[in-house]
Design a protein around this ligand. Structure first.
Ligand SMILES: O=C(O)CC1=CCC(=O)O1
Length: 260
């Protein structure tokens, strides 16, 4: 896996899949790494060349000091594409990955074909939730918030049915560098990309989770209605819908990206 330099921050990047096929870039959620896309990889790599990466502050990427911004996250992606000499990709980002996708779709439209924004938001009316989480993590580490976060990621039904997958997701969250996690929460506490959305001209699919309380259907609907021509699919899952409903998620991604 190459480490790619984005303005002095080394980003862990993985490139797999069909050589010469269209390229799809996947972007992770807060507290996850590129491993979160494992349920999709077998199917996606049959159709696409797939780029995954760990957002700065996560996984094997560097953890530069705060502040982090959506612009910085977006410029990291452009640095990866430039380094790999790739002109244009399709994008699928979940949660924070969807927020970075909004920034990129509006600010670097020539680099993106189709865009998928899953379980995401463009705006939090109330920063309190993020400020409380920042406070709790500063006092007690990520362990202090982990059970609550996991309850938002996966429905109770799924957690009971799939304890091993749930434990793996929790381990991924707990392994996140605290400084990186906090810097991302700070970026989320001031998120407001509402004005960017009408500038996105790429064909866009919004995916929402029926049981997602972190970025509810209403947040997806705001994004869908603000991006010209965007469509929306609802999946029977909580926040990390690609893990909870891997087949429905993969089908939605492949269906949208391969339709003419
Ligand atoms: O981790 C969470 O609680 C849910 C979330 C919101 C933004 C994101 O990336 O994850």
């Amino acid at each position: 896996m190459p480490m790619i330099d984005a303005d002095g921050c080394l980003i862990n990047v993985s490139v797999e899949g069909r050589d010469g096929g269209p390229t799809l870039m996947l972007s992770n959620s807060l507290g996850c790494t590129l491993q979160m896309w494992e349920p999709q990889m077998k199917a996606l790599t049959q159709v696409f060349r797939v780029i995954r990466y760990d957002r700065r502050g996560h996984g094997k990427s560097n953890v530069p000091p705060a502040p982090y911004t959506m612009e910085r996250f977006g410029r990291d992606v452009l640095a990866i594409l430039d380094d790999l000499n790739i002109e244009k990709v399709h994008w699928c980002g979940l949660s924070m990955g969807g927020m970075v996708g909004q920034w990129l779709g509006a600010n670097a439209p020539e680099r993106f074909g189709k865009i998928i924004l899953a379980n995401t938001s463009c705006y939090y009316a109330e920063p309190t939730r993020w400020l409380e989480r920042i406070d709790a993590v500063k006092k007690g580490g990520i362990a202090a918030v982990a059970d609550g976060v996991i309850a938002g990621w996966l429905t109770q039904d799924f957690r009971e049915r799939e304890p091993e997958i749930t434990a793996r997701m929790k381990a991924m969250l707990l392994a996140t560098p605290v400084e990186g996690y906090l810097a991302c929460c700070e970026a989320l506490s001031t998120l407001d990309q509402r004005a960017l959305l009408p500038k996105i001209k790429s064909p866009t699919l919004v995916i929402a989770g029926r049981h997602d309380q972190a970025t509810p259907i209403s947040a997806g609907e705001l994004i869908r209605s603000s991006i010209p021509g965007a469509s929306m699919t609802i999946i029977d899952a909580a926040h990390i819908s690609n893990v909870e409903q891997p087949h429905a998620f993969t089908d939605a991604v492949v269906g949208f990206l391969t339709q003419r």
